[in-house]
Design a protein around this ligand. Structure first.
Ligand code: NAD
Length: 532
């Protein structure tokens, strides 16, 4: 078959370099870590502190829990199916992966630029592994090298869109990438055509109606839609010889679905509601159900409540992985870093005023009140845990004022502007104002997150664990809260707290990966050279 050809069954895909060999770039030298051909097996002792309060004093008791971890070493061939393939994010991430795979360089007015993965934690950041045995120098290694991990260059990409435009034309419509780069990837992008999708007009803005020319028959929930999507996934897997598929929602923001008792509150009720074509079942929930039943991880990159309680329960029942919500790309990423810093520095943040304007199709969709409301909710709760953690600065239930405004301004296109004012009370009644202006292509911030989400989610499918002494290994909980760093309103297993502080989210990601290969967290106490 010629490279980049359209397959006879109507699917197109990108292929070029065969999957890279999955070789370990790090070896752990410990009696607690065993490498077999298929697996890395490790023993890990988790050190925590159990706290109780007695007579007005805290009593802290160090605790140790021993775990066994097991990591499958073979990554296999992985497919990424995007819902919203023809959107700004969908077309940008596809073009960027092709450009990276082919090692492309293109001309710009600033001179030549070469494909990279900047903005991806997995591909472009490092973690401190430890200290050099003799000199004590810090050794930092690429995040990607810690365990055998999927390389984004090896992804086979496909997906759905309610717009029938081929992905090259969609890339032009998005107006994100340089013309010189687009010309280099145009041919293979033109061969990629999104599969028809589920479209229930009530869930996205009316202004999206015009592009909906690629839809599966039926405008309300049905089991036929679930089955249609399941067979799309099966066909994609089969026709590309894939070991695994991961699906991400990067389609338009939907309105929230009402959570109604008897409709979407339990797994059984949700399935009944689908059969009955209930008006409160959204297209994104239909995708979630199809993926859960197909045993394929599903990640929601938009703010709506795709994962109604019934969908979460269904995922738990089937042991399928889900993750969400809403890519944390620009303003909120800065917010969860800055607020974490300010409150941990002892500064009493009293208000945050956040204003955005953008001119892409996402902005057009968000100019409709119900869809904006979904975004407003996901952007609003991001500082709650950091505030609640500091009882010196804040009374119980006291919150800083927090306002979020989004306006549609077609002229700026994908080049989103975000303006934030942080107002804080400082020492002895004084005040501090920090104003921030953030401007960049929205999709160039979101695309690396799509990559991180697929790489980390894939990694989680290969890790299992058990308490020392238990006979059976098990998988992580269905709700992958380890993806929190990349998401604005992180979904966590029912009854567990949400952590928004960026530094904690990154430590969780780093330390879980270290634990899997039997390594303790780096405590940074080595900063004190004389002590340690
Ligand atoms: P976009 O409007 O350019 O792309 C969305 C695509 O989804 C469109 O091509 C549309 O036709 C398609 N679509 C709509 N409903 C569909 C359905 N039911 N099935 C299949 N396709 C459907 O938007 P974008 O800029 O690519 O952003 C995508 C999503 O990601 C938005 O919800 C946005 O809020 C969210 N998001 C983006 C960023 C960012 O770009 N920085 C950050 C956070 C969240």
């Amino acid at each position: 078959m010629a490279p980049h050809a359209e397959l006879s069954n109507g699917y197109s895909h990108i292929y070029g370099i065969p999957p890279q060999e999955n070789k370990d770039l790090l070896e752990v030298n410990s009696p607690n870590v065993v490498y077999t051909d298929r697996e890395i097996k490790s023993k890990y002792v988790y050190h925590t502190t159990a706290v109780s309060k007695s007579g007005g004093r805290y009593v802290a008791t160090p605790k140790e829990t021993a775990y066994d971890f097991k990591v499958e070493r073979k990554v296999g061939k992985v497919g990424l199916m995007l819902v919203g393939l023809g959107g700004n994010n969908g077309s940008t991430v596809t073009a960027s992966i092709i450009a990276n795979r082919r090692g492309l360089t293109w001309d710009t007015r600033e001179g030549p630029k070469t494909a990279n993965y900047y903005g991806s934690v997995v591909m472009a950041s490092t973690m401190k592994l430890g200290n050099e045995a003799k000199t004590g120098d810090e050794i930092n290694i690429p995040f990607h090298d810690v365990m055998p991990m999927l390389h984004p260059n090896d992804l086979v990409i496909g997906g759905w869109d309610i717009s029938s435009m081929n992905v090259a034309a969609a890339m032009d419509r998005a107006a994100v990438l340089e013309p010189s780069l687009k010309n280099l990837v145009r041919k293979e992008m033109a061969e990629m055509k999104p599969l028809p999708s589920v479209y229930y007009p009530d869930f996205i803005a009316a202004n999206q109606g015009e592009r909906a020319d690629n839809v599966i028959e039926g405008s309300k929930a049905s089991m036929a839609h679930v089955e249609h999507l399941r067979s799309d996934i099966k066909n994609f897997k089969q026709s590309h010889g894939l070991d695994k598929v991961i699906v991400q929602w990067t389609a338009n923001t939907e309105r929230f679905a009402d959570v109604v008792e008897g409709v979407n509150d339990t797994a059984d009720n949700l399935m009944k509601a689908v059969e009955q074509g209930h008006a409160e079942v959204s297209p994104s929930t239909i995708f979630a159900i199809a993926c859960i039943l197909e045993g394929v991880p599903f990640i929601n990159g938009s703010p709506q409540n795709t994962f109604v309680p019934g969908a979460i329960e269904l995922a738990e029942k089937h042991g399928a992985f889900i993750g969400g919500d809403d890519f944390k790309s620009g303003q909120t990423k800065m917010k969860s870093a800055l607020v974490d810093f300010m409150i941990n520095a002892g500064l009493k943040l009293t208000s945050i005023a956040s204003y955005n304007h953008l001119g892409n199709n996402d902005g057009l969709n968000l100019s409709s009140q119900k869809q904006f409301r979904s975004k407003e909710i996901s952007k609003s709760n991001v500082v709650d845990d950091m505030v609640a953690a500091n009882s010196v600065l804040y009374e119980k239930d006291e919150h800083p004022n927090h306002t979020v405004v989004i306006k549609y301004m077609p002229a700026v296109g994908d080049n989103k502007r975000a303006l934030d004012e942080y107002y804080a009370e400082i020492f002895m009644g004084g005040h501090q104002s920090i104003s921030m202006f953030n401007s960049c292509e929205d999709s160039l911030l979101a695309s690396p997150l799509i990559i991180d989400l697929v790489v980390v989610a894939e990694m989680m499918t290969r890790i299992s664990w058990k308490l020392e002494g238990d006979s059976e290994y098990k998988k992580f909980h269905s709700v992958l809260s380890v993806l929190s760093y990349m998401l604005k309103a992180p979904l966590t297993p029912p009854g567990t707290p949400v952590v928004n502080a960026l530094a904690k989210q990154r430590s969780a990601l780093t330390n879980i990966f270290r634990a899997c290969i039997g390594l303790q967290p780096e405590s940074d106490m080595t900063l004190e050279h004389k002590l340690f």
